[in-house]
Each structure stands twice: as C-alpha cells, then as structure tokens.
Design a protein around this ligand. Sequence first.
Ligand SMILES: [Cu+2]
Length: 121
Amino acid sequence: MCTVHPFMTGKITITAPAKPVSVTITSGAGASANAACVSTNNCFAPNPVTIKTGTTVTWTNSDSAGHTVTSGKPSDSVSGDIFDSGIIKPGKTFQFTFTKAGSQDYFCSVHPWMTGKVTVG
Ligand SMILES: [Cu+2]
C-alpha cells in the first residue's frame, strides 16, 4: 500500500514457471515401421505428454539415426507449420515452447511411423 494514502493498495501474484518436460526419441525407432516402439506407441517417450500452457518440451535423440519432430500428422496436407525441428542428429536436442492450449500431434518426417502427441492445458 501507499503509507500516505492507505486506500491505495496493490497485489502481486507470483506463479511458478512451467517445469520443462523431456521426451526421448527411442533408440531403434528409425529401423522400420515394425520397430518395437511402434506397437507400444513410444517411439517418442513418454507419449502422449500432458503439459501446462507455456511449458518447454525438449526432445533428445537417443537413436543412432537422425529424426525430426514435426507438427501435424503424416496424412496432413500441411505439416510442420507450428514447429519443425529439421533433422535432429544423434545425441542432439530440439526444444519448443507450447503457448496455445489444445492437442498437438507430431511425427518424424523421415520415419512417419514415429508419431506422438502433446496435450496442452
Ligand atoms: Cu525418424
């Protein structure tokens, strides 16, 4: 408040920043459409992930092949319009901060059997 005019008051609310979330690109994911992670739906692991708006997701490529993290579905006529990592080399990472609520599908444009989903709430 203001000590001269005590009717003047204010309030500051501090909210904790959204905790970053990590997703691993599973080793062997690029081998074939029959890779083990395809049937268990975790070529991107964990999958799906549910996060708060404003959360940054970091994908780490733990495979020996290059992969992408591309927004959309392989069947979409337009994909990668929200984010597109380009080739993430083995051991490298890609980050994206989700600022809009909703469900976001993504996939690897090199190996379209690798699919994932982020739900932003
Ligand atoms: Cu891939």
